[in-house]
Write a protein that binds this ligand. Structure first.
Ligand code: FCB
Length: 454
């Protein structure tokens, strides 16, 4: 564990060079679903299936960031950010997933990256935030072993094009979420519920990560490479043996099935035997490649309950009735965040960037045209305070990126859950910075001032 006594902290409680940022993802903000040659992803398909997304919402227009990105970059600049973490839409670059490259799709991210750099912000590029080209799902998607190669080829196209300007690369966002929800629970595209498909998807996403790391290392001189994992403590809904078993298995899938093989070279015990038939000789070495940082997405603890009819016998449980909760019902538990950061430093021994943290609310513009999201300010204050406690206890945290810059399309619940520092009116697409935007701008400025004083 990093020895905190050897690292000077500023009066604000952060190590020097701490980075402040925001995160977004392509499908959730871009819109332009059929602009300039983009073809459907598995999320376009899912949004067209009846009953899958609240209110029948789709990402067709979303925040129209595809056309309004200069305005969004200006909002980031005024926040005083160090970092913008965004994802590239695979079906814009390779509309059919492989083969023909779409120049106009590549051009969009050229413009975006150049604009972000001109604003004095570091672009952090995430290659995969769940929008797999539909054409690849038609060929078998992540359960097909070839998917790892498709991903590596796509990564190479991005590296060749953007590697001169982008130095921070993440292979994937939240492997556990898109595999568990996509192939086991049907809360995500493509909505399969099948043990074998799920196990194969896990293993092939891990392989794709390792192959992607090699591609980035080869093609981007000086690249800083990471992967973004969701990690949240899993507690049993009830204090019973059955719920404890459910929580342990969900924990293995949610928290360990990806970072363990990628960073420790083995699957967690509870999964190792079931996944073994899909692991070929040499796979573990290909998966476990050196990377430079651990991206942590964290919102709150999760709960598990025994559910014998579910794919693996567990299901999402409910948080205790008396738990502190956000407007959208997610538990607010800053101590779990603090403990997670400390545990991560011990377990994986990599610098940590908090690549997502934030709160879903029902924010509304008031009569004065303002959005007073006091509950989000409270959440962000509690969580950044918990992060500082973790840093003081030795956690090697190097940056904190809020989810999200803008209100956007939220998987499953569509536009009803607002996570932005900036409110988006989905009729007019008008952007209105919320009170939390000013809070974050001031928090960044205060941290910088304390750093300058060291
Ligand atoms: C994370 C996702 C992100 C967003 C937030 C609220 O799991 O990475 O896309 O949906 O949750």
């Amino acid at each position: 564990m990093t020895d905190i006594r050897s690292r000077a902290l500023t009066a604000a409680g952060y190590p020097r060079g701490f980075k402040w940022g925001v995160s977004t993802s392509s499908y959730q903000i871009e819109g332009g679903h059929d602009a300039d040659g983009r073809l459907p992803s598995i999320w376009d398909t899912r949004c067209r299936m009846q009953g899958k997304i609240a209110n029948g919402d789709t990402g067709d227009v979303a925040c129209d960031h595809y056309h309004r990105y200069p305005e969004d970059i200006a909002l980031m600049k005024a926040l005083g950010l160090d970092v913008y973490r965004f994802s590239v839409a695979w079906p814009r670059i390779l509309p059919k997933g492989k083969g023909r490259v779409n120049e106009k799709g590549l051009d969009f991210y050229d413009r975006l990256i150049d604009g972000v750099l001109e604003a004095g912000i570091e672009p952090w590029l995430c290659l995969y935030h769940w929008d797999l080209p539909q054409a690849l799902d038609d060929l078998g998607g992540w359960p097909a072993r070839e998917s790892a190669g498709w991903f590596a080829d796509y990564a190479a196209v991005c590296c060749r094009r953007y590697g001169d300007r982008v130095k921070h690369w993440a292979t994937f966002n939240e492997f556990a979420v898109f595999t568990l929800f996509g192939y086991c629970i049907d809360w995500s595209a493509p909505g399969v519920t099948d043990r074998e498909a799920h196990l194969k998807a896990i293993h092939h996403a891990n392989l794709a990560h390792g192959m992607g790391v090699d591609v980035i290392r080869d093609l981007v001189p000086g690249a800083s490479i990471g992967a973004v994992h969701n990690r949240q403590v899993v507690w049993p809904e009830k204090d019973t043996d059955a719920d404890r078993r459910a929580a342990a298995l969900l924990d293995a899938h949610w928290n360990k099935a990806f970072p363990d093989p990628q960073l420790l070279g083995h699957y967690p015990d509870l999964i190792a035997e079931t996944i073994a038939p899909y692991v070929q000789a040499g796979d573990m070495a290909q998966i476990c490649r050196r990377i430079d940082w651990f991206g942590l997405n964290h919102y709150g603890p999760i709960f598990a309950r025994d559910e014998p009819t579910a794919t693996w016998g567990f299901h999402w449980g409910a948080a205790p009735d008396d738990a502190d909760k956000s407007d959208i019902g997610w538990p607010i538990w800053p101590a779990a965040f603090r403990d997670e950061l400390i545990d991560l430093t011990r377990t994986y021994k990599l610098p940590i960037y908090v690549t997502e943290n934030g709160m879903g609310g029902n924010d509304k513009v008031d009569d004065k045209g303002e959005v007073n999201d006091a509950t989000r300010i409270r959440y962000l204050t509690l969580y950044t305070d918990a992060m500082k406690e973790a840093i003081a206890a030795g956690a090697d945290v190097r940056g904190y990126y809020v989810w999200s810059l803008l209100d956007n399309f939220e998987w499953g619940t569509g536009y009803q859950n607002r996570f932005g520092l900036v409110h988006v009116d989905y009729e007019t697409l008008k952007r209105t910075p919320k009170a939390s935007y000013a809070w974050f701008r001031d928090a960044i400025a205060a941290a910088r001032k304390a750093e300058a004083a060291v």
